[in-house]
Design a protein around this ligand. Structure first.
Ligand code: PMP
Ligand code: GLU
Length: 399
């Protein structure tokens, strides 16, 4: 037998968001003054009360295996959170905790996808969705959003892509990469379609708390018992509590799906980290103050980044309603060049900007639209001002 890499893994593209983040961190470690608008990671430290909880967990000896689906303590907090914030009533056995929302998503797809099953992905979408669908044996079906409506995808548009192989739809609201938020009305129509055509909805609500201008987050699962019965809600503590490195995410959904996800997890990673589980439980109980403060700061950064970007001739960015990302339209830069290199698409723009001005952004080709780059405003206002000044210089120098 040849010592080859499996077909499945050969086709996987490494995560561009994580690759750019690690390149920016590497350059920074070399002493270079890099401004990172790359990965979506809050720059705040994890709040002290959460770190204290982790110390308490260690002191109390919470260092052993926990139930595969997570501790009763954490699942109870999640159960209360889903009821309090989302009007969703789940039993503890309808909830599973995993090593980040990323693993929750992969477990969910693995639990429902058979080879060849199609998964509808409103696009542009987060880089990991199409790869995860393929890793689970499915076929990603990209459904382009309406650019004039924040890239949202309506039920009418989705319906055109539904086939007898459609197994699921992934809805991500507030959205990565474009910051759009689905309205209740749009979700009601999507729910009706999902019920009629009988496909699952995976509702990725990781940016739920990062929502602005009075917009309201609606979980599609909360719209009726019928849609709840075929929806898997995904959430986690990474973004809301500045806990990206702790790796705690969770899913709630129909019992057979959660049971399958638990069996799957029992043979892959077992329970998520025991200490992080206790810290996440405490985060969910006492998080309101931290979330209020960070929300105010993110909102100020959003407005600052939006006004500075739109002041650069030739570039434009729509005002996002949620998450902490902004899509910068760079179509006006295509065909221009700097030092004999031509900008042919978002990869060139991002690479040239990083090399010449030490500013990291994510090429939106990775999200399915080459006319944009994505900027994360999960960084200080000072860095936003300096970074965007450098982008303005870069644009001026490109001829
Ligand atoms: N969903 C989306 C849309 C994301 O942007 C992220 C970011 N990492 C995740 C899920 C996963 O979050 P985590 O694994 O850190 O909980
Ligand atoms: N989700 C974040 C992003 O899109 C973090 C990196 C990742 O997991 O992709 O930048």
């Amino acid at each position: 037998m040849a010592l080859t890499i499996s077909q499945k893994c050969k086709n996987i593209q490494p995560s561009v968001t994580l690759a750019i983040d690690s390149r920016a961190k590497q350059l920074r470690n070399m002493g270079l003054d890099v401004i990172g608008f790359g990965a979506g990671e809050p720059d705040f430290d994890t709040p002290k009360y959460i770190k204290d909880a982790a110390r308490d967990a260690l002191d109390a000896g919470m260092t052993k295996y926990t139930p595969v689906a997570g501790t009763i303590e954490l699942r109870t907090e999640i159960q209360e959170k889903l009821l309090r914030d989302n009007n969703l009533d789940y039993e503890l056995t309808d909830i599973i905790v995993s090593t980040g929302a990323k693993q929750s998503l992969f477990n969910a797809l693995s639990a429902i996808i058979d080879p060849g099953d199609e998964v509808l992905l409103p696009s542009p979408c987060w880089v990991s969705y199409p790869e995860m669908v393929q890793m689970a044996g499915g076929v990603p079906v990209m459904v382009k959003g309406d650019e004039n409506n924040g890239f949202l995808v309506s039920a009418e548009t989705l319906e055109k892509y539904v086939t007898d192989k459609t197994k699921a739809l992934i809805i991500n609201s507030p959205n990565n990469p474009n910051g759009s938020v689905y309205t209740r009305d749009m979700l009601e129509k999507i729910a009706r379609l999902a019920i009629e055509k009988r496909f699952y909805v995976i509702s990725d609500e990781i940016y739920e708390k990062l929502i602005y201008d009075g917009e309201k987050h609606v979980s599609i699962a909360s719209l009726s018992d019928a849609i709840k019965a075929q929806t898997i809600v995904i959430n986690g503590v990474s973004k809301s509590y500045a806990m990206t490195g702790w790796r705690i995410g969770y899913a709630a959904g129909p019992k057979p799906v959660i049971r399958a996800m638990t069996s799957f997890q029992s043979h892959t990673t077992s329970n998520p980290n025991s200490i992080a589980q206790h810290a996440a439980a405490v985060a969910l109980t006492n998080g309101e103050r931290f979330m209020h403060e960070s929300h105010t700061e993110f909102d100020a950064r959003r407005k600052l980044m939006h006004s500075l970007l739109n002041a650069i001739p030739g570039l434009s960015a729509a005002m996002p309603k949620g998450a902490f990302y902004m899509m910068l339209n760079i179509s006006g830069m295509i065909g221009k060049s700097l030092n004999d290199r031509v900008i042919k698409g978002s990869d060139d723009f991002a690479e040239m900007l990083l090399e010449s001005k030490l500013v990291a952004v994510v090429p939106a080709r990775a999200f399915g639209d080459d006319r944009y780059v994505r900027l994360s405003y999960a960084t200080s206002r000072e860095k936003i001002s300096v970074g965007i000044m450098r982008i303005a210089e870069f644009v001026k120098e490109c001829k």
